[in-house]
Design a protein around this ligand. Structure first.
Ligand SMILES: O=C(O)C(=O)C[C@H](O)[C@H](O)CO
Ligand SMILES: [Mg+2]
Length: 403
């Protein structure tokens, strides 16, 4: 038995907010779990500190599945991003402890490596198509095999995915939500031109991706998918909100562009119909927001039956603890597709020293026991929490739209 002696939540803001759970056993082993929910961080802090940690003390850290079931079924109120991020943090920390106890990198406990590295995609973005293509060339020069393209839209002052700080994009930029303006017509005129220019400039060997960020209706998404087909995108992400999983049938009827969905999903139930009806090609659920490694493996196993591959969310709001967990997961599952990789700043990397590394377009989690990521608590304490919200989007007439 590995008795859980103590657990605490650490909140730090080395440029952006991160919530980390640290679980300690009576034998002196400890594990880390990420619980960051961008823009709603303190809700998860309270859920963990007030409601989860008291139930963990004295339990056997080895019983990962039982503790998962205890927290999920035991709450009675199932699912939801706050609950599932809190459970995910516990799950990650327990896997970290188990792998440290075994003296192995976590991917070995998950069944061993299925590949030599994890293909990642980086984010090229610019105010104009020309600037975005220039940025994409830089990613190509760094060895990236897959690049996401997001460009400014003429006539719209700002839009999701385009930032001044190219490497470390952080959308949660205000103490109150920033307001963006949206026009579907202007956007739909821009994206095919972006892809045409990028294919011409970058050649055929690089994978090109795009995130619609939930802003189209199904029929608009079908039209966009169709117009991008000549440029062979790797995927079109979140073409329409996915609460209504049925909506993707309409998109499928109009395009063979592969679809990727799921960064806001928090359980297998959000993805079940999309996967079973083969309405998507990539599932983007992530370790931190979808109940941890234990639950994400269940989603990936279901997806494998239907030839749906994974493409885990990896924006900067997912801490290095999640990135490490995702890499162990990615390396060990048969139906891995691609991993998103937005780099963290030097300040964040210093707070979370880690063993994972990038080479020639691939990340590897490293071979340190456990997740291979640590938390420098003294340094973390130097960066107190700062309230920061994600933006909202309004149509040109003021109607609130999807951001
Ligand atoms: O990285 C992506 O694909 C995103 O869509 C990033 C999200 O906007 C971000 O994680 C929200 O916190
Ligand atoms: Mg996205």
């Amino acid at each position: 038995m590995l008795k859980i002696k103590d657990a605490r939540v650490v909140v730090t803001c080395p440029g952006r907010n991160f919530v980390t759970l640290r679980i300690e056993t009576a034998d002196g082993l400890y594990g880390l779990g990420d619980a960051t929910l961008n823009g709603r961080e303190l809700a998860v802090v309270s859920y963990l500190a007030d409601h989860v940690i008291p139930c963990l003390i004295g339990r056997d850290a080895h019983q990962i599945e039982d503790i998962w079931q205890y927290l999920y079924k035991g709450a009675y109120w199932r699912r939801g991003p706050v609950t599932m991020s809190a459970i995910a943090a516990v799950d990650m920390a327990l896997w970290d402890i188990k792998a440290k106890a075994a003296g192995m990198p976590l991917y070995q406990l998950l069944g061993g490596a299925c590949r030599s590295g994890v293909m990642v995609y980086g984010h090229a973005n610019g105010q104009t198509i020309e600037e975005t293509v220039e940025e994409a060339r830089k990613y190509q020069a760094m060895g990236y095999k897959a690049i996401r393209l997001q460009s400014g839209v003429p006539g719209l002052p700002s839009t999701y995915g385009v930032s001044g700080d190219k490497m470390f994009y952080e959308p949660a930029d205000g103490a109150l939500p920033t307001e963006n303006v949206w026009s579907t017509a202007k956007y739909l005129r821009t994206v095919p031109k972006l892809f045409e220019a990028a294919r011409l400039a970058l050649g055929n060997d690089v994978h090109l991706l795009h995130d619609v960020h939930h802003r189209l209706t199904p029929i608009e998404a079908g039209r966009l998918g169709g117009s991008l087909e000549p440029y062979r995108p790797f995927w079109l992400e979140d073409p329409t909100p996915a609460e209504n999983q049925e909506a993707f049938r309409l998109i499928r009827q109009h395009t063979t562009t592969p679809l990727a969905v799921g960064e806001v999903f928090n359980s297998i139930w959000d993805a079940k119909d999309l996967i079973q009806n083969q309405l998507i090609d990539y599932i983007r659920a992530t370790v931190v927001h979808a109940g941890g490694i234990t639950h994400l493996r269940r989603i990936a196993n279901l997806a494998e039956l239907y030839q749906v591959r994974t493409g885990c969310h990896g924006a900067t709001d997912l801490s290095p603890v999640t990135m490490a967990a995702a890499l162990h997961f990615d390396l060990s599952i048969p139906n891995f597709g691609v991993q998103e990789y937005m780099r963290h700043t030097a300040e964040t990397d210093a707070v979370f020293p880690h063993a994972y590394s990038f080479k020639d377009g691939y990340l590897h989690p490293g071979d340190a026991p456990g997740l291979g990521v640590d938390l420098d608590e003294a340094l973390a304490a130097r960066y107190p929490y700062r309230r920061a919200y994600l933006p909202v989007n309004r149509l040109e007439d003021g109607t609130l739209h999807n951001w």
